[in-house]
Design a protein around this ligand. Structure first.
Ligand SMILES: Nc1ncnc2c1ncn2[C@@H]1O[C@H](COP(=O)(O)OP(=O)(O)OP(=O)(O)O)[C@@H](O)[C@H]1O
Ligand SMILES: [Mg+2]
Length: 277
């Protein structure tokens, strides 16, 4: 059994209103999307803006309710779970967003932000909660001098590390990453991406990795699902997508990559080669 099985997901949004204020036009954001994700695997979802990537990611966690289709996580029918079950389930599948600042409470210290899920979802005492939070922050490269600081005092890269630590607090097996490095300075993108990959390996995490930048996808993803206009164009191993793209659309996406991989001034890859292949 796969960790995640998604079948025939469909979502339409109504947008715009007529002169009576009635919602009119329908946007068919996602049309019959199916895929599976294994434990410890990274599946990248790529495609142009508006392809429906984020909508798919959010429907997996049921942050957006699909019109039809099914999502099965670890054998559990996600779309049929009751609110209480869903809250518990969402601890096992987490999400990291593009903008780390908006995903953290500005009035909460870094340490409290990472410890909070333990307060809400477990009966662990304060000392244990703080100890686990400090360990997690250390694991993502946030040192002890930042523990009592607030989000506004940290850089974007540091905040994304904190958001990653917070996502790990409840030991999830799946993290949906929606453009996790797109908002960061180019200089720190590779560092955060490497962190995500190291954590994946160490903790056996599965990622649904939404990303429009194919250069990043090549170093982190085991498989790639290409989407256009709400539909899956093709899904294949990362090696196959880059070496032998079958669809014209995928070829166009590949041709649009300005440089094949992020490199430093000496021409070395800024990110270590992928474990695939
Ligand atoms: N809440 C919403 N209400 C109305 N339309 C929406 C809503 N969310 C998404 N859409 C529309 O659905 C389509 C798919 O959006 P989605 O955000 O999933 O695309 P995306 O592939 O993530 O794009 P991007 O790369 O720009 O993030 C777009 O046409 C978008 O405008
Ligand atoms: Mg998006």
């Amino acid at each position: 059994m796969s960790l995640l099985e998604v079948e025939n997901l469909t979502k339409s949004f109504s947008s715009g209103r007529d002169w009576l204020g009635r919602r009119t036009k329908m946007v068919h954001a996602v049309k019959g999307v199916s895929f599976t994700l294994e434990r410890g695997e990274c599946l990248a979802v790529v495609g142009e803006s508006g392809a429906g990537k984020s909508t798919v990611g959010r429907m997996v966690l049921r942050l957006i309710e699909p019109n039809s289709g099914s999502v099965t996580f670890d054998g559990i029918d996600v779309l049929a779970t009751k609110p209480k079950q869903l809250r518990a389930l969402r601890q096992r599948m987490q999400m990291i967003f593009q903008d780390p600042y908006s995903s953290l409470d500005p009035r909460m210290t870094i340490k409290d932000a990472v410890a909070e899920p333990l307060l809400v979802h477990t009966d662990k005492g304060r000392v244990t909660r703080e100890k686990e939070a400090v360990e997690l922050l250390d694991k993502v490269g946030i040192g002890s001098r930042y523990l009592e600081r607030y989000p506004a005092e940290l850089s974007g890269g540091q905040l994304q590390r904190v958001a990653i630590a917070r996502a790990l607090t409840m030991k999830p097996s799946l993290i949906v990453c929606d453009e996790p490095v797109a908002a960061l300075d180019v200089s720190v993108r590779a560092q955060v991406l490497n962190l995500l990959r190291d954590l994946q390996e160490e903790l056996g995490l599965a990622y649904l990795f939404v990303c429009h930048d194919l250069a990043l996808v090549e170093v982190i993803a085991d498989r790639v699902m290409v989407m256009a206009s709400g539909e899956v164009v093709e899904t294949d191993t990362t090696d196959q997508i880059f070496a032998n793209p079958r669809q014209e659309y995928t070829k166009k996406l590949l041709a649009a990559i300005p440089v094949p991989l992020p490199r430093d001034a000496q021409g070395n890859r800024l990110v270590a080669p992928g474990k695939v292949g």
